[in-house]
Design a protein around this ligand. Structure first.
Ligand code: GLV
Ligand code: MN
Ligand code: MN
Length: 417
């Protein structure tokens, strides 16, 4: 590795990076060492402000776009060259951990600071980005900020999405944007030279195989649906079962049928129903309406397409007395990352003598949408026992810093291309 690159990489400050994770984990802290920081909530706003305070202390410039994606920029010597972006997200699952998403944001800021402290000039600007609403736990679907940034979907499609309390995304977004009045405003459609996302693996392989760095090759395909079952409420004690339109009973039958469809001896297919809203939600009233989510994943494009296409006909076939509405909410084809970015990450890990491994991502990431508009790659670091979307999520300060070092070296290479 070149002397000047090594000098910048060595300025990654493990203690500062860890301390920032600790500070961020206080915002939305929940019992069990976890974090509940829903997208566009007051805690999301607090986290954004804290991040901006660190970035401004270094003299970096701040910008937002209309969906609230937050950018921190370190200028390059050619201000007209499209920037290299690195980041992830700051929102969390309702019972999330201290690393999912926030690590990629803090690692990118750390890389910017290390490069800056070394006084290194890069041809392109490097920008840290925090994508809005990656998790989709409050406002479905997930990866909304990157989806709109990449032009795959329009912001107008999402402003009317409501959370479980009936709050509109458009209103929560307006409040979030109002909280950063001094940020520059970016329109969508800016060209980007490359994107690199750093993330905990969220699976067990790196830990099991004793590797520090995961060189991510791509992301598996994903389909989301909202399934609504419309029945009729009735008295639980007096209404004969044969006369009922029981929306919850039929929802359960539909879920069992999808589980059967997704059954896979090889255990590659993933099927999850993680959200269910029942109306009127009373023990002694027959349910009149049920809404539940469907999350299906598979790495093979043909298999995920087949599974996705089967959901609506199957729901219609299984429903008896009730009617059903199936709304697709997310359609992510599997993606393969750019060979040039994957190669740069692999080279950086090798030159830093970090044990590394190529692997695909089972989790979804904003990198999927970025890969549609620019050369993209991801860096994984180990997390304890592969636990994620759980308060117990854990990673070591040393591994987090190692991932940030690989990121810094990769960004320097990409920003000088
Ligand atoms: C992201 O958190 C995902 O659902 O994979
Ligand atoms: Mn994540
Ligand atoms: Mn997540």
């Amino acid at each position: 590795m070149r002397e000047d690159v090594l000098d910048a990489v060595n300025r990654i400050d493990e203690a500062r990076l860890w301390d920032r994770h600790v500070q961020m984990a206080r915002i939305g802290a929940i019992p069990g060492n976890g974090v509940n920081r829903p997208a566009l909530s007051d805690d999301d706003i607090r986290a954004r402000r804290l991040l901006i305070s660190w970035a401004e202390a270094r003299g970096f410039s701040i910008a937002v776009d209309p969906i609230g994606n937050l950018f921190v920029r370190r200028e390059g010597s050619d201000p007209n060259a499209p920037p290299v972006l690195a980041g992830s997200h700051m929102d969390s699952q309702p019972r999330g951990g201290r690393f999912d998403g926030i690590y990629g944001v803090l690692a990118a800021l750390e890389a910017l600071e290390a490069i800056d402290a070394a006084g290194m000039k890069t041809r392109r600007a490097i920008e840290m980005v925090a994508w809005t609403n990656e998790e989709g736990g409050r406002f479905a679907p997930c990866t909304m900020g990157s989806m709109v940034f990449s032009g795959a979907r329009k912001l107008e499609e999402f402003v009317g999405v409501t959370d479980n309390d009936g709050m509109r995304l458009g209103d929560a977004l307006a409040k979030t944007l109002a909280a950063t009045p001094d940020a520059a405003q970016h329109a969508f459609g800016r060209p980007v030279a490359a994107y690199v996302e750093t993330h905990i693996e969220q699976g067990p392989r790196l830990e099991q195989e004793g590797r520090t760095i995961g060189i991510v090759t791509g992301i598996q395909g994903l389909r989301w649906f909202n399934v609504e079952v419309f029945g009729e409420t009735a008295h639980a004690g007096t209404t004969p079962v044969s006369a009922r339109k029981d929306a919850l009973k039929e929802a359960v039958a539909i879920i069992a049928a999808i589980a059967e469809l997704a059954h896979d001896e090889t255990d590659v297919t993933r099927f999850t129903v993680g959200r269910m809203l029942v109306t009127p939600n009373s023990p002694n009233s027959v349910a009149s309406h049920v809404l539940f989510s469907v999350d299906l994943r598979h790495p093979d494009p043909a298999r995920i397409a087949q599974l996705g296409a089967a959901v609506e006909p199957l729901c219609r076939r299984v429903a008896r007395a009730c009617s059903v509405k199936v709304t697709p909410t997310l359609h992510d084809d599997p993606c393969t990352f750019d060979a040039g970015v994957v190669g740069a990450i692999e080279r950086a890990a090798g030159e830093l003598r970090l044990p590394a491994l190529r692997l695909p991502s089972g989790a979804s990431h904003d990198a999927n949408y970025l890969s549609r508009v620019c050369p993209t790659g991801m860096i994984f670091v180990p997390c304890e026992r592969g636990i994620s979307h759980n308060e117990a999520e854990n990673a070591t300060p040393g591994d987090l810093a190692a991932g940030a070092r690989v990121l810094a070296a990769t960004l320097i290479e990409l920003a000088n291309r």
